[in-house]
Design a protein around this ligand. Structure first.
Ligand code: FAD
Length: 377
């Protein structure tokens, strides 16, 4: 049975859900100010990294991330086929390196924990690391090779999701949702809410869109959608991340790429990553900051990222600084996304993907398809 589904949000989560729901036969509309061009998804690094993202005490989340990674190859092939776009899905793996002996000790502890979780990760000596990635600094004193942690070009992914959505019949409305009426609450939706059985979204120009179901996928904007009982919405807070984009300058454009895989590092206790793109640019990130909804780019954060990145890969000194940005990760109290019905009639949520929205987009979209399939029985 076909449902009219309205997806609020045009980031990787909203777009993935929209495409898969439309491909499953539903009539889907996405409402977002600039679909595929904003939010955390636009600034993200695009790592698909269940193993190098392992944190002590988050075994259940790691299981979810590993499950998410398993679906990526098929998702990538289906998306490239449906959209006609190359999304830069790269399976060259990840190398995490240590810069000093205490970083090395910390990586050894992490490796032991990764192994207790059943992750595939291999201890590498300093010279083995340089053999894998010749651009590494001579100061690197060993690392962990993780062949199963891949990456994707986040912006190419977003472009492909918009194109695949369009091809599957998704309608895009470039606007913001100010409120949602479920019939139980007064969202200012007036008679439109009462006139139809499903929920109604009120847009910034005052117009109303009704649907059988609404999926809230507005990232850090999710808890601020008006008209809804806040107690039914997940607790989501913004965690700021500064991120840089560097690229070859002048005649270096024709040369070989600096990195042949993602490099992550501990630099005197601080984490850094450098993710290569097919066009030879590098994404360097990222800070983790609790600063509310502020996306100002701070000079100190850019300085810190550049210092740590050049300590690991000195060759970045010759690259051009193309972009410095800050984005807001949608974080939940336990760092685990919330995907399912809200308890409000006809309103589902897919948000709170924190550091792993790219990785979890395919599994989240599949879960949303299953959710609505159960509803149709
Ligand atoms: C610096 C940084 C690096 C990252 N690196 C990675 C990585 O390497 N790998 C990984 O897996 N994840 C990474 N992430 C996390 C990932 O980016 C997020 O988890 C993911 O983008 C969340 O997607 P989303 O669609 O839920 O939210 P967003 O991408 O933030 O999208 C939210 C969408 O909702 C829209 N919206 C908001 N309010 C409204 C409204 N009222 N009405 C209509 N639309 C609305 C916005 O305009 C936007 O389109 C990174 C994040 C940051 C900040």
């Amino acid at each position: 049975m076909t449902h009219r589904v309205l997806v609020v949000g045009g980031g990787v989560i909203g777009l993935s859900c929209a495409w898969r729901l439309a491909a499953d036969g539903h009539q889907v509309t996405v409402v977002a100010p600039t679909p595929g061009r904003d939010g955390a998804s636009w600034v993200a690094a695009g790592m698909l990294a269940p193993v190098t993202e392992v944190q002590f005490g988050e075994a259940a989340l790691t299981e979810l991330l590993l499950e998410g990674a398993r679906g990526w190859k098929e998702f990538s092939a289906a998306l490239e086929g449906a959209s006609g776009h190359d999304i830069g899905y790269d399976q060259s793996g990840t190398l995490t390196v240590a810069l000093d002996t205490s970083d090395r000790a910390a990586l050894d502890e992490l490796l032991a924990y990764q192994h207790t979780l059943g992750c595939t990760a291999h201890r590498r000596t300093a010279s083995e690391c340089r053999g894998l990635v010749p651009a590494l600094s001579p100061m690197v004193c060993g690392g962990i090779e993780v062949p199963g942690d891949h990456h994707v070009d986040n912006r190419a992914l977003l472009r492909a999701l918009v194109a695949a959505g369009q091809a599957a019949g998704v309608t895009f409305v470039r606007s913001s949702v100010t409120a949602i009426s479920t019939g139980n609450t007064d969202a200012g939706a007036g008679n439109a809410g009462a006139a139809q059985s499903g929920p109604v979204a009120v847009l910034s120009d005052g117009s109303r869109l009704g649907a059988d179901h609404i999926v809230l996928a507005a990232g850090v904007g999710t808890p601020h959608l008006g008209g809804l009982d806040q107690a039914a919405l997940p607790e989501i807070r913004p965690v700021k991340g500064h991120i840089l984009r560097l690229g070859p300058a002048g005649s270096d454009v024709a040369g070989p790429p600096l990195l042949n895989r993602t490099v992550r590092a501990l630099v005197h206790g601080r984490s850094i990553y450098l993710v290569p793109r097919p066009d030879k640019t590098l994404v360097v990130g990222a800070t983790m900051e609790e600063r509310g909804y502020d996306v100002t780019v701070r000079a100190g954060a850019v300085h810190e990222l550049l210092c740590d990145a050049r300590a690991v890969v000195p060759g970045i000194d010759e690259l051009e600084l193309l972009e410095a940005q800050a984005g807001l990760r949608p974080a939940t109290p336990d760092n685990t996304p919330v995907v399912g019905w809200t308890g409000l009639p006809g309103v589902a949520v897919a948000s709170g993907h924190f550091r792993n929205g790219m990785l979890l987009a395919p599994s989240t979209a599949a879960a949303m398809v299953d959710l609505l399939a159960v509803e149709t029985r």
